[in-house]
Design a protein around this ligand. Sequence first.
Ligand code: KIV
Ligand code: ZN
Length: 507
Amino acid sequence: MNNNKIIIFDTTLRDGEQSPGASMNTEEKLRIALQLERLGVDVMEAGFAAASPGDFDAINQIAKQSSNITVCSLARAVERDIKAAGEAIFPAKKKRIHTFIATSPIHMEYKLKMKSDEVIHRAVEAVKYAKTFCDDVEFSCEDAGRTELGFMKEICEAVIQAGAKTINLPDTVGYRLPNELTAMISEMVKFINGRAIVSVHNHNDLGLATANSLAAVMAGARQVECTLNGLGERAGNASLEEIVMAIKTRQDIFAPLYTDIICKEIYPSSRLVATITGIEPQPNKAIVGKNAFAHESGIHQDGVLKHKETYEIISAESIGLEKNSLVLGKHSGRHAFKDKLISLGFELDSEALNEAFEKFKDLADKKKEVFDDDIRALVTSEFIKIPQAYEIVTLSQNNCNKGLASAAVTIKHKDEFISDAALGNGTVDAIFKVIDRISKINGVLKDYKVSAVSQGKDALASVIVKVEFDKNNAVIGHGLDIDTMMASAKAYVGALNSFIRIKNLSK
Ligand code: KIV
Ligand code: ZN
């Protein structure tokens, strides 16, 4: 085993998806999974197979499409979860089951209501059962950050004997400081002594997830669990781009340690995740935030013009952000468009290219300048399209008096064109009501986000909605259009289509 390589374990599709409002449908997950392979991630946690039929299906499809990446499913230390995980990842060439149980006194007493020997027994049984599905089994001591060191050694010894190849020690609640991580990981690396890979999984509750992960790497951890844009439960997980770029930029400290991440794919990956989840990184987010490479003050601008490194420790280009990229317009031809797609990392077959080009022409007719982010959004929305049980054909709306509005739509459903109209409190309400009337499925809107994809008054509008069509099923829909109301209608219909698909899946 190469002891200098840091294994990058990405959990954007599992812990990242646990971010409030970040749920994704199968097509969206498949698209992100493809990008994770391009990015050079070693292990991708594709989800939690036992959580729902939709989660199982997404992992299973990702496993089928994967080539070189290890596909992993999370599973609690219970038979049902492990079986679902094993079956979901079965088609992957490289597969892993990640099973976990809590080991801190507070979790064992209040959450599990179990004594420590029972916890060890469950962990060992889980690892042994997981080994019947695949050889590569990871075990996590949930809340390791608050686990007593003696007990941590005891349970790790037992699961290593049972066959666990990776021992993950999560700071589940983001409580620890870097020097504490250094002490814990050094001690555990010494104890495990090469019998399993030591991994960390840090949460960002005190803003220390990246610092803690780097401290752990320096103390001997050889796998880091992280997410794109730092998505994840509560304040998120350690951010992949921060860890990777810190190791790369500070080779004076980290060499000979390295990762196999293709850094030029960092920005495209970050944009894809932001577009799909609708969760934009904060503008001042390290590496991928909108302002990460913006020099505002005159003194800084002057310095950068004279010598870039006066104020830049990494270049925008090194993460795949082309600052002076060519802007397309309505006179740009198919060739320029194709070149642009290639430079943005999209490889389309000729049919998809034709469709995307039509969409681009349509947009360029309405919008003077088409920026990279417009093209990314356009192509991404094509990739993540799900089977369209309902398809919006036309929309017209009117603002009446005192906030009352009307909307009329025509929708295509099973080769039939259905038109109807409704009144609502505001235009969006009217649009969603008329769609409910046509589909005869009533949705409850839980979230509605609108953002401009790029610059200009004529910017493309991206709308993301979260809709509950039945009590247990909140689904996400995306809509992209130059007209915000049309984007809203498309997003709502997208959520409806997603819901119908999930219903059919669980039949
Ligand atoms: O934060 C955590 O402890 C987790 C485990 C399930 C690995 O996400
Ligand atoms: Zn976590």
